[in-house]
Write a protein of this length. Structure first.
Length: 366
């Protein structure tokens, strides 16, 4: 038997950061401004801290069973029947998340690029592409993320840094907002952006040094969280809260306003939207991969590749259920928020019960 390949801690960080920095980059400033006003940057930081806590719990419970993934060790911790039910909800969570992201991809492409192309065509295209990509093992899955990571992160950092010259600090005041923010939506929405960090529960068994996995996890979420914060700061700092609320895709408008080199290079939105497609792909890649792996474990299949193909018509069908863009984003915010709360609670339950029942090995020295 050949030795199973492993991934390093830094590679784990790359996967987490490219997964959680996803398609909401186009709408994040508007959505967070709706519930937080000028305190949006503060709420983005607070939401990131909530997500970091959740990722800490995911990692700690997985480190106790470093040779098993979530769908295997959960049966040891809480029993087969409760674990079967909980893992079904995990699968449903990422299945719905994937379907809504497929639809969001179609909506943006139809609105911005292919205005004469039906949404169904764009959505089906990305469903098939992601499904075919997911027919890989976890190590190759990681390598695909490593290849696309520079295209996911660096262009957005470039756009943000170039845009800072148009930033007006007064647009960010007062830092605490003019009114009391809606605390629960203001925290849950940015925290739910990091839902894909749950990928660590199936990647940790193929990590070279599981005891150091927490460092990689925090590094990954720190990089993405920093970019999200810069994105919100820059967008609201340029347009102000009221104008941001009027823009469907404020980040894209920011890219359109960029000009440098004596205005020789301007209107970077075309390049920006192409790179956004890569950004969506990596997030969908992880969520669809989690869905197929969880479903294969539920049906006790040795290989998840068959599941990735069988899921195509169901994912595509669910993605078409929202009647319009407004309903789509409303459903996405509800399902993402509920998914974040459930997954965090589930991980906490597994961690507490495993400690009380002394299941697994405590990751001392990590």
């Amino acid at each position: 038997m050949p030795t199973l390949k492993k991934i390093s801690t830094i590679q784990l960080a790359f996967v987490i950061s490219s997964t959680v920095f996803g398609p909401y980059v186009l709408t994040l400033p508007r959505i967070i401004a709706e519930v937080s006003g000028t305190s949006a940057p503060l709420m983005t930081m607070a939401g990131t801290c909530c997500a970091a806590f959740s990722l800490f719990v995911f990692t700690r419970v997985s480190q106790r069973f470093s040779d098993q993934n979530l769908f295997e060790y959960s049966q040891t911790v809480i029993g087969k029947v409760p674990a079967l039910f909980a893992n079904f909800l995990v699968m449903a969570c990422f299945f719905i998340t994937s379907a809504m992201l497929f639809r969001q991809f179609g909506e943006v492409l139809t609105t911005v690029v292919f205005r004469s192309t039906p949404i169904e065509v764009s959505s089906l295209m990305i469903v098939i592409l992601v499904a075919l990509s997911c027919r890989r093992d976890r190590v190759k899955f990681t390598y695909i993320h490593l290849f696309y990571w520079p295209f996911v992160m660096l262009p957005f950092l470039f756009v943000i840094l170039v845009s800072t010259k148009a930033l007006e600090p007064l647009n960010l005041l007062p830092l605490l907002g003019n009114t009391t923010p809606k605390w629960l939506p203001s925290l849950i929405f940015p925290a739910s952006l990091y839902l894909g960090s749950f990928i660590i529960t199936i990647l940790l068994p193929v990590t070279e040094k599981p005891r150091r996995a927490l460092r990689g996890a925090m590094l990954g979420i720190g990089v993405s969280g920093g970019l999200y914060l810069l994105l919100v700061l820059t967008t609201i700092g340029i347009f102000g809260v009221q104008e941001t609320l009027l823009l469907s895709y404020p980040t894209l408008e920011m890219a359109r306003s960029i000009a440098f080199g004596g205005d020789v290079i301007e209107r970077l939105d075309a390049i920006f939207i192409i790179l956004w497609v890569v950004n969506v792909y990596t997030t969908l890649f992880s969520s669809y991969y989690l869905t197929s792996v969880s479903l294969s474990h539920l049906f006790k299949l040795k290989d998840h590749r068959l599941v990735t193909t069988l899921l195509i018509p169901f994912s595509f069908g669910v993605s078409l259920l929202p009647q319009d863009q407004f309903q789509l984003y409303a459903i996405s915010r509800i399902t993402d928020g509920a998914g974040y709360l459930f997954l965090t609670g589930y991980a906490l339950l597994l961690w507490v019960v495993s400690v009380i029942r002394r299941k697994g090995v405590s990751p001392h020295g990590s």
